[in-house]
Each structure stands twice: as structure tokens, then as C-alpha cells.
Design a protein around this ligand. Structure first.
Ligand code: T4K
Length: 403
């Protein structure tokens, strides 16, 4: 039976006490399905001697995703970053593209990699997603598209973005890296805009070690993307388009298929953890756990809290220091925001002036451990520690400052 080992602030690991957890608790522990079946599939791949290049497992994985999401085309790729790069080129984006800064750096880099400038748009502080009301002011003659990001798997304001894109003749893509298995008004993510891109990185809800998928309902676009992810090959010795190597291998696809067979288990586990956090964090002033819309399909993959320092009396960064020393490896995604990272910061050092909500949010967010590595007791302990920190905030700050 694990007990909470903090009575005084000297008991905190930061001040020399024993850490609450012996082993580190991570954010983003991989969800793994049935190992026996997975190993059978790995053996089958080795027996087949067909390891990559649109093999049978990749094809099965793609068809299964199309069915699950009720989308016409799924093209599996080696990771979401390459997926974004391919689709950006396939829809013909050029010049400037409007994106949120509150996202993983890959969204911006996928553009800049091909000499397209990401123009950072502020977010809606309620959803953490791109704010459609701030987009039109950023549109210039060079703007060719918008990329929305469904941050934490919570859908963007899809309808408003679609209207803006149509009115201004812009392409609309979604970085759906976090949103596999989520829905918006009853429609699965994957069906919006010109195309959407999922990530199946190890830390994602569904993982293929590394991997991703581009999904679209546009036949011509899908055909083009299929060519582009395989060097532009159309049959043997016949290259008809510029392309790259974006192929997913068979082992990744086998992992993905095995994961797909277990998505309900992953959702239940994540949701259970999310509900524990909700229950145990409820009492603490200034700790706001983001909400998921239970009337939609959600993957509950991210446990995200916002710290209101006025109420907690302790900053996000101090709290994070304390958590880390106790072996709780919480993260401050997506700090410091793409606009404060290179090469974007040097290109426009004042970008933050137009991003007040992003600037505020990047100082407030903590993503807490969940998934297979955490259970109710762990969550109770993490929440107790957060409560203990808030209760003793003044003393802790004083001790930290005099260290
Ligand atoms: N768009 C968005 C919005 C994204 O969030 C991402 C990726 C992309 C695009 C691009 O997708 P990919 O090209 O990657 O398919 C991680 C992931 O590397 C990255 O995929 C992800 N977003 C991002 C949000 O998180 P880091 O720098 O946090 O990774 P790392 O190594 O620190 O791992 C995070 C935690 O997970 C650690 O506490 C350890 C744990 N972990 C990690 C791995 C790899 C494990 O327990 N096992 C593992 O195998 O970026």
C-alpha cells in the first residue's frame, strides 16, 4: 500500500526528502495491445519476407482505418511530420500558411521545410485551438491555406474554419496528430478539410512505433499522395511525379492493427484515469483540468491542467520542479510556443505581440502522466502532492528562493 510521505515541506524531494515514486512516471507511455497476437504478426511478416513497400499489413491497416473513420482514403506513412510535408505539397500550399503557434514544432517545420512561411495565429483560450476570429486579419495575397491542429484531440472550430477557407479560396488541412478515435458532431476526425494527418508515434493514442496516416475523401488527392509517398513511382521503372520516401513498414502496420483491435480498452483506461484526476483535483483552487465533450468520441489521451497562479500562489514552473523531483515527469507542452523557437523567432521576434492568449497559455499548462503506467493510487498520490504544494505554497517558495 503506497502512502503519501509528505508532512512538512522538508519531506519534498526538492529539499532532500525521498521521492514519492521510486520509478519515473511518464507522460506518453505507449499503448500496446495483445502481445501474443502482435508477436504472431511479427513472425508472419518474417515468414512472408515482405517487410515494407505497401505490404499486406499496411494495406490491411489502411482499410481498417478507412472503415473505422468512415473516410474514403487512408494512406499510411512513416510519421506524421512526413505526412504533413507530403500533403502540404500535394494540395499546393505556397507562400504563407496560417497555423497556431500552440502546437508541436512539427506543424510549423513541415511548412518551413519547403520554404513556406507559417503565420502564427492566436488560440481560443477555452479550446486551446486556433481562434477562427483571428484568422482573417492574417490573410494576405500570399496566403494559400490554413492548418488547424486538434490539440489534445479536441476538435478545432471546423465549421468556422471551413467557411473562412471557402470564402478566401484557401486550402484547409488539419494536423490531427492527437485526435485518432475522436469525433466532432458525430463525424470522426479524418473527414474534415481537404485532408487530415494522424500521428502514430509511440506516445500517441494509437501507435505504430513511428508512423502516421493521411486521410481524405478526395480521390484525386489520395492518388497523388500515394504516388508522392513512394518516390512518385507508378509501377516498375516509371516515375510520374515528384516524391519522397514516406512509406510505413510492415512491423509498424502490424503494431497498428493490433492497437486498432484494442482501441476500446485504451479509451476505457484513459477515461478511467481522466475521471480519477477529475475527482482528486476537484478540491484545489487554481487547478483547472481541461474538459472533454463526453457526448462525442474522445480518446482521453492527455491529462492537461492549467495553473492559475493567482489562486494556487505557486507558478507552473515551480510546481513542475517539485513534480519532477518526485519522479513525476510531467511536461509543459507546447512550451515556449513555435513562435519562440528557431527559425521562427529570429524571423519575427515580435510575433508574441499578436498572440496574447498563446503567450498566457504556454506559462500555465502541465500535462500529467496517464496511460498504462498509471493507476488510481498513483493518480491519488500525484493529486495529493499538487494539493500539498498549493497548501504550502508560501513556505515552499521562500525555501526555493533561498536555495
Ligand atoms: N503534430 C502534433 C500536434 C504533434 O504533437 C506531433 C508529435 C506531430 C505533429 C508530429 O508527429 P510525428 O512526426 O512524431 O509522428 C513527443 C513525440 O516525439 C512527438 O511525436 C509528439 N508530437 C510530441 C507531442 O511528443 P517529446 O519530445 O515529448 O518526446 P519524448 O521522447 O520526450 O517522449 C515523451 C514521453 O513519452 C517521455 O516522458 C517518455 C515517454 N516515452 C517516449 C517514447 C518515445 C515512452 O515511455 N516510450 C517511448 O517509446 O515529443
Amino acid at each position: 500500500m503506497m502512502i503519501f510521505n509528505k508532512k512538512n515541506i522538508e519531506d519534498l524531494a526538492l529539499f532532500g526528502g525521498n521521492p514519492l515514486f521510486k520509478e519515473p512516471l511518464h507522460v506518453g507511455r505507449p499503448n500496446i495491445g495483445d502481445r501474443k497476437i502482435l508477436n504472431q504478426r511479427f513472425n508472419q511478416i518474417l515468414d512472408n519476407k515482405w517487410l515494407t513497400n505497401n505490404g499486406p499489413f499496411v494495406q490491411e491497416f489502411e482499410r481498417k482505418i478507412e472503415k473505422l473513420l468512415r473516410v474514403k482514403h487512408c494512406i499510411a506513412v512513416c510519421n506524421a511530420t512526413i505526412g504533413l510535408e507530403i500533403v502540404i505539397k500535394a494540395v499546393g500550399l505556397t507562400g504563407e500558411v496560417i497555423v497556431p503557434s500552440f502546437t508541436f514544432i512539427a506543424t510549423a517545420h513541415a511548412l518551413k521545410w519547403q520554404e513556406i512561411n507559417p503565420v502564427f495565429c492566436d488560440i481560443d483560450p477555452k479550446s486551446h485551438n486556433i481562434d477562427p476570429e483571428k484568422i482573417e486579419d492574417l490573410i494576405t495575397t500570399r496566403t494559400s491555406g490554413i492548418i488547424g491542429v486538434h490539440v489534445w484531440g479536441r476538435p478545432c472550430a471546423v465549421e468556422a474554419l471551413t467557411v473562412i477557407a471557402e470564402q478566401h479560396h484557401l486550402k484547409l488541412l488539419f494536423d490531427a496528430a492527437h485526435a485518432f478515435g475522436c469525433s466532432h458532431q458525430g463525424t470522426m476526425i479524418g473527414n474534415f478539410g481537404d485532408a487530415e494527418v494522424f500521428s502514430f508515434h509511440a506516445t500517441k493514442f494509437l501507435n505504430t512505433f513511428e508512423g502516421g496516416a493521411i486521410v481524405t475523401n478526395n480521390d484525386d488527392l489520395a492518388a497523388k499522395i500515394r504516388l508522392m509517398k513512394n518516390f512518385g513511382f507508378c509501377g516498375y521503372d516509371n516515375v510520374i511525379h515528384i516524391g519522397t520516401n514516406g512509406k510505413m513498414n510492415e512491423f509498424s502496420a502490424a503494431m497498428g492493427i493490433t492497437g486498432l483491435e484494442n482501441v476500446q480498452t485504451f479509451v476505457q483506461m484513459n477515461n478511467k484515469n481522466y475521471q480519477y484526476y477529475r475527482q482528486y483535483l476537484d478540491a484545489f483552487p487554481g487547478i483547472h483540468l481541461i474538459k472533454y465533450d463526453d457526448t462525442e468520441q474522445c480518446n482521453y489521451q492527455y491529462i492537461v491542467i492549467e495553473i492559475d497562479e493567482q489562486l494556487t500562489n505557486i507558478s507552473r514552473d515551480y510546481l513542475l520542479d517539485i513534480l519532477h523531483k518526485e519522479n513525476i515527469l510531467a511536461r509543459k507542452y507546447f512550451f515556449p510556443g513555435c513562435h519562440n523557437m528557431e527559425p521562427y523567432h529570429s524571423f519575427n521576434p515580435d510575433a508574441g505581440l499578436l498572440l496574447p492568449e498563446t503567450e498566457k497559455l504556454i506559462t500555465k499548462v502541465i500535462v500529467l502522466p496517464t496511460g498504462t503506467s498509471t493507476n488510481e493510487t498513483d493518480i491519488k498520490m500525484i493529486c495529493k502532492l499538487i494539493g500539498f504544494t498549493i497548501e504550502n505554497a508560501n513556505m515552499i517558495k521562500k525555501a526555493m528562493n533561498s536555495k
